[in-house]
Write a protein that binds this ligand. Structure first.
Ligand code: LLP
Length: 418
């Protein structure tokens, strides 16, 4: 469910006409609905009420401070993968006691910062990382709470670039060598082994891969118990998919219920790291048509947003729905929506049957709330676009459009070129 709808032929986000926002901030811009964000969090959280749990929002999906604050207020923790994400979560006022730190490449300075902040736990992804965290925690005279991120060798049946739980992927510790690493972690004086974790991929549209992964982790938990290692936290990662096009992912209630059925008897706190499912369909990218050009072979609609603003179509061939901001009668054409970037891969939609949008029209690129702004860049020296949060009849600029001055911030010309 989301709060983007038409009223008298105009697209609204909650009770704000999208056009009004564009008049104030221009295009392109990201627009998020606060009511949708809160609703998504509450529905997801409610799906797990029968089991002790913490919902740690995956910051990488949308790292804006206001959005982190919104989730934090509702009781969310955070799943972070870098010192920068830690900084953002803390700046947004999120509870460090509900922060989990995942990722294969944590640097020593990042580990130190996380220990200093007092995060809940580290999801460790390699034997070498175990040793390093132990060493850093020792120097800081602390004990680091850790979980081992296990690679359960499960096919999440999603796009290969966002599948993470297969043996051949770089993530996690092979389930076959996990016992050995747990034994080692248990020996290390500055680690407190508290959990087991996994994350098998993203945009997963069935429950079965999650259940399969959970079953594997349960076997491991049993074997750990035999070694007197008591697992207090079971982190099942994120990955629940959303509808972009024709997909039919299970609703969070069904996902929660099925997982809970398989969790019976386990005495631990469940951690979940949803990203996309909370924010994906709560955001749109608004762009303006600049030109159209048609030849015998192709019909192009050139818009002012490019792959630097929304990378998903270029990177994964992802589908994003397109709605006109003002409804109307238009011919249908088979066209590609392309951006201003000098790359053939710069498209938002490819060879799709769509209304023949004309220059000056505003388009909403749907399902852009997750991995949209957070993956945007300055490629082609394009300032990053503003982010707007709508609540009911009001809208707030939660990130300003970057300026040209900001584009060159920190750069300097060395003396020999002066
Ligand atoms: N936890 C971990 C350890 C992760 O690596 C991820 C996502 C999540 C949680 C959140 O997953 P979600 O619930 O959002 O599926 N840029 C890609 C998605 C990459 C996902 C990376 N990891 C995209 O735009 O589709």
């Amino acid at each position: 469910m989301h709060h983007f709808h038409y009223q008298s032929g105009e697209l609204y986000c909650e009770n704000v006409p999208v056009r009004r926002v564009v008049e104030a901030v221009g295009t392109p811009c990201y627009l998020y609905s606060a009511t949708t964000l809160a609703h998504h969090f509450q529905v997801f959280d409610a799906a797990f009420t029968q089991f002790p749990h913490i919902v740690c929002f995956a910051v990488k999906a949308n790292a804006n401070l206001a959005i982190l604050r919104l989730f934090g207020r509702l009781g969310a923790g955070a799943d972070i993968v870098s010192g920068g994400e830690l900084y953002r979560a803390v700046q947004a006022g999120m509870d460090p006691g509900k922060i989990v730190y995942s990722g294969v490449g944590k640097r020593p300075d990042e580990i130190r910062a996380a220990l200093k902040a007092g995060i809940l736990l580290f999801n460790m992804e390699s034997s070498q990382e175990l040793e390093l965290i132990n060493c850093i925690a020792g120097r800081m005279k602390l004990k680091a709470r850790v979980a081992l991120r296990i690679n359960p060798d499960i096919d999440a049946q999603t796009h290969p670039y966002i599948s993470t739980g297969l043996k051949k992927n770089k993530f996690g510790i092979d389930i076959d060598r996990a016992l050995e690493d747990y034994r080692r972690a248990q020996e290390l004086p500055h680690l407190e082994v508290v959990g087991v974790a996994c994350h098998i991929g993203s945009q997963i549209t069935q429950v079965s891969p999650f259940v399969d992964a959970l079953e594997r982790l349960k076997e491991l938990i049993d074997r750990l118990r035999a070694l007197s290692i008591r697992i207090q936290y079971l982190d099942l990662g994120g990955g629940l998919g959303i509808q972009y096009d024709q997909e039919a992912p299970p609703p969070p209630s069904e996902y929660g219920q099925k997982l809970i059925e398989h969790l019976k008897g386990l005495e631990c706190t469940l951690i979940l790291e949803p990203g996309r499912v909370l924010v994906g369909n709560a955001g749109i990218l608004v762009t303006k048509v600049l030109y159209t050009k048609a030849s015998d072979a192709k019909h192009f609609i050139i818009v002012d947003a490019g792959m630097n603003d929304l990378a998903r179509p270029s990177l994964y061939g992802s589908y994003h729905g397109l709605w006109p901001v003002v409804e109307g009668q238009r011919d249908q054409v088979k066209a590609s929506i392309v951006g201003p970037i000098c790359e053939t891969g710069d498209f938002l939609a490819k060879d799709r049957l769509m209304p023949a949008f004309a220059p000056g029209e505003l388009l909403a690129v749907l399902s852009a709330g997750a991995y949209g702004f957070s993956m945007s860049s300055n490629y082609n020296a394009r300032p990053r676009v503003p982010e707007i949060l709508v609540q009911d009849q009001d809208f707030y600029v939660i990130r300003k459009r970057e300026t040209y001055r900001q584009l060159i911030w920190g750069e300097s010309i060395p003396d020999f070129l002066k």
